[in-house]
Design a protein. Sequence first.
Lengths: 230, 230
Amino acid sequence: MTSRTPRPRERGIPEATVARLPLYLRALHGLSERGTPTVSSEELASVAGVNSAKLRKDLSHLGSYGTRGVGYDVEYLIYQISRELGLTQDWSVAIIGAGNLGRALADYGGFGTRGFRIAALLDADPKTVGREVAGLSVRHIDELEDVVSDEKVSIGVIATPAAAAQGVCDRCVGAGVGSILNFAPVVLNVPEHVDVRKVDLSIELQILAFHEQRKAVGRRGPGWADALEV
Amino acid sequence: MTSRTPRPRERGIPEATVARLPLYLRALHGLSERGTPTVSSEELASVAGVNSAKLRKDLSHLGSYGTRGVGYDVEYLIYQISRELGLTQDWSVAIIGAGNLGRALADYGGFGTRGFRIAALLDADPKTVGREVAGLSVRHIDELEDVVSDEKVSIGVIATPAAAAQGVCDRCVGAGVGSILNFAPVVLNVPEHVDVRKVDLSIELQILAFHEQRKAVGRRGPGWADALEV
DNA sequence: ATGTGTGAATTAATTCACAGCA
DNA sequence: TGCTGTGAATTAATTCACACAT
């Protein structure tokens, strides 16, 4: 069987909520920069692009951090969400693959966001090794294990070609990496205790194509879609 | 309130299923290249990284394309899923933003996958315009509307800095683009009929950090997590 | 025999709607 | 009065388990 128990939620925060907390956090940082002291669930939800009931329910899983009749204190909520997400400490990240994508990721400010630091950028190609990217010198993939243990890397970002991804993943896991962010278009096999998230351009495009097609069919007028069914 | 019935699923395919179809398709292409003529739900599910009950339920939404006691014909299933996803036709894609990320995306083979073609790569920076990337000459953002209508672009990929994203999105929508794939770390506002999907590095990292933290807390032994609660 | 297709059961996520606190 | 926090209701997604076609 290919089933796996989907890890019981330890502190009881639903996965769907966890996936939205970063969104709220970003919205709050925006408000904070603008000097807004408090915000209602309606306002915050609107900025984050969700509805207010969902936002309140999500926040209620963290605790009672709002004030009835007033709203949420922006700074306080930023702190609480950051703490919940584990952003009050720093996480070391290694990017494996210094091709176009790997370099784009390294350059991308997204890491700079509180809580993450790029410990190394690694590649298998000797011509790429040594090259300077985002203030880092690209290191050879054979240094992976050393980097992971020396820099206490807990998150590996895989930006290699598809064919190399599983091998690199295995090495990461073997070296002690606990989470993988995979940009290669393959399904990675990892042991139970390792978390994997994937970012897949062509999957996203195909999902959009599905919806585009549906819209196009509708546009031809009703009846068509049904007529196509066997 | 902006409540509205959440678009009735025209052919009744659940969104969660749509999101997995590309995964099955990729797995099937792998089997096809290896010359495998038929595959069971158990095997296909294993390759695609889901469980077999889910796979069968998903496929059942498309129709009865398997044979009891045998499995699914690989080529036939590829065709059916492709058709369902709208990949039997070509979709024109415009990439807006030719920075590191935009160039990486343009170079990325992922588009080459049946069904998509990059109609243009656009940028606002005069120094970038004219540059050759992935066999395309970068065009100026002011040509956006022309490109969209001339090339019948239906999907816009936004790879600009956050600050520019909403403006670019508005122009895409105004020009007739029906779907947006957003790589900028902002929530885009679009009219009802436009689909948006987002790819967000820092959100993914934050979700992984949450799980890493949870694992780390557990590792310290039980009791700790509760002791931290107020 | 074997493995699909699917109702029924279960679990998760969302939304409603309002009691109750500031 | 205004807005949070949350039970209750609803809807969506997953998993079970087995009848039945091949």
